[in-house]
Design a protein around this ligand. Structure first.
Ligand SMILES: [Zn+2]
Length: 574
């Protein structure tokens, strides 16, 4: 690290607070922190991996889920481990910086001790440091990079595109990027990114003749060893978002085509084959068992910070499956030893990016300042303060989503509200100011309009069952990777392991059972239909901002969550 010990200790505010590993000895704190990022080189092929940063250029707080249920055989397995169950599985001590990074335990207190995570300037310092000991290494971006902030939305991802070039990303794949529309994605690929970042996706084709939209893979030499990076975009991009963004593209998992691509790159001499995937971890685990010839899947989408790879057996040997979290919080480092034409060993580390422990890279910092400058006033508008921790992540609801639901119900005068189960969205500590930027970190999408719909009790049940099946279908290939739709006003019971159509039970409004034929007013946002786009409507951030300005102080309210059935002993719940 290019700074002296004194500078470092100043950055390391936590050393004086006695936080790091709960020692009050400065030298000890310094050594522990420095050691964490001094990752000795191993082998001859190194791949650095970031994913799902959701356009967070500056350091943030990000609380991991307290509920991440795995159903059936997925129970007890990563990534469906939360809190102490995760700590126990990986041998992480409670109260440490790793416990803060990987779990939601004592979040507010731990966040005060260990500080914010991520930020491209801090990440950049870490990337440079790791790459300096790993000549020829590649930096891979798993997607969900251009979406998730006000600046990304207003610049159509341009801020992130420039930041990723500055960071030194070599290869990327896609998901939310597609919500800027097919033309924008292709124009960026063939324009700003040309010769700098390759976009790969073997599973995106034209709907008419099945022609590939992107390169399926790239083969790069690392220390004379040919390494293939195959891309896998989010398979449900055209279902989970409005179809009109990518009307002529088809997606899907495309298992057979993937096998063909693996065989092809092996024939061309690739000695290491890696899938840069936006499938989500459960899908990747199943895929790894059915396709052979891949050394690793570097995965994203489900935002799981998984400390160690899972080795999956298949007919060709073993494939390692990883997932590298979200919001710029982690950098995955996969080192391979390649001997006699094949991988003979590996080491993997998922490094948390603690902003207090990494000096910001000055070049990246200036770029971020420049990119944000035109928007600063708008971003910094103070809307309210919060007395309570605001967060999103968790299978059923988060306190920030509850705030959105409450605003929707009040503003639309509706007894019920729905809010999408997005997994992005940062966290705010108690006694923080809520700025417009914070609100946009929860809502910045290209189809943000609010809606008011008359729905029968039957229709409400159908919607809940449908989303619940996307989350809990026992076959991962039918899981789309979002969390459950957040529900305001309506109480219900959920049995995640029941069959499709039977998971949602006992729906009640004000204590009274919902009637199948009765019509209810339901407020919502983020509609996917073309008709909804054409109808227009107020963007969600304007509606919530208006509420926050009048409310001034957000008081603690309990997120509305269903009564859960059959989850006793599940490792995915605290
Ligand atoms: Zn994501």
């Amino acid at each position: 690290m290019n700074m002296n010990r004194r500078d470092f200790l100043q950055l390391l505010g936590i050393a004086s607070a006695g936080g790091f590993l709960l020692h009050d000895n400065e030298t000890h704190a310094f050594n522990s922190a420095a050691q964490m990022y001094q990752l000795p080189r191993y082998g001859n092929v190194s791949l650095l991996h970031i994913t799902d940063c959701h356009a967070q250029l500056n350091p943030v707080y990000y609380r991991e889920p307290n509920v991440n249920l795995g159903i059936g055989v997925m129970n007890g397995q990563p990534p469906h481990l939360v809190g102490e169950k995760l700590l126990k599985h990986y041998g992480i001590k409670p109260g440490t910086s790793d416990a803060y990074a990987f779990t939601s335990l004592d979040f507010t207190e731990a966040a005060k001790t260990y500080g914010k995570v991520g930020g491209f300037a801090h990440l950049c310092t870490l990337v440079k440091q790791i790459r300096s000991s790993r000549p020829g290494s590649l930096l891979l971006d798993g997607g969900d990079t251009w979406q998730g902030s006000g600046t990304a939305l207003w610049s159509q991802g341009q801020d992130m595109i420039e930041a990723c070039i500055e960071l030194g990303v070599d290869v990327m794949t896609l998901h939310w990027e597609c919500t800027y529309g097919a033309e924008r994605v292709k124009a960026v690929e063939n324009g700003t990114l040309k010769g700098k970042i390759e976009v790969v996706a073997q599973n995106v084709k034209t709907t008419d003749f099945g022609d590939p939209i992107f390169k399926p893979y790239v083969i790069r030499e690392i220390n004379t060893i040919p390494v293939a990076i195959i891309g896998q975009a989010f398979p449900y991009s055209s279902i989970a978002h409005p179809r009109y963004f990518v009307p002529d593209w088809s997606f899907g998992i495309q298992e057979e085509n993937l096998q063909t691509m693996i065989d092809e790159v092996r024939k061309k001499g690739a000695q290491v084959v890696v899938l840069l995937s936006h499938n989500g971890m459960d899908v990747d685990l199943k895929l790894a068992s059915r396709v052979h010839g891949m050394d690793a899947i570097l995965g994203g989408h489900t935002h799981d910070g998984v400390p160690e790879p899972i080795a999956v057996k298949n007919s060709g040997g073993t494939t390692l499956v990883t997932n590298a979290g979200s919001n710029g919080k982690f950098l995955g480092v996969m080192d391979f030893e390649v001997k006699a034409g094949k991988v003979s060993g590996f080491r993997y580390k998922l490094l948390p990016v603690f902003a207090n422990l990494l000096a910001p890279d000055q070049g990246m910092k200036s770029l971020i300042n420049k990119l944000r400058a035109p928007y600063e006033n708008r971003l910094n508008e103070k809307l309210a303060t919060t007395d309570t921790l605001l967060y999103r992540r968790g299978n059923f609801n988060g306190s920030f989503d509850q705030l959105i639901l409450d605003a929707l119900m009040r503003e639309k005068d509706a007894p019920i509200a729905f809010s999408p189960g997005f997994r992005w969205g940062t966290s705010l500590l108690p006694d923080s100011t809520i700025t417009m930027e914070d609100l946009l970190n929860q809502t910045a999408i290209t189809y943000p309009t609010t809606t008011l719909t008359n729905m029968s009790g039957m229709q409400i049940k159908t919607v809940l069952e449908d989303v619940c099946d996307n989350l809990f279908n026992p076959d991962p290939y039918y899981q789309q990777g979002g969390d459950m739709v957040r529900v305001g006003g309506l109480d219900y019971t959920c049995d995640p392991s029941a069959a499709m159509g039977k998971r949602i039970q006992d729906m009640r409004l004000g204590g009274k059972l919902i009637e199948a034929d009765k019509v209810y007013k339901v407020a919502g946002w983020a509609p996917v239909s073309e008709a909804a786009r054409d109808n227009g409507g107020e963007p969600i951030w304007d509606l919530v901002a208006r509420q926050l300005r009048s409310e001034k102080i957000v008081k603690p309210t309990l997120p509305n969550i269903p009564i859960l059935k059959g989850v006793t002993g599940n490792t995915g719940i605290l």
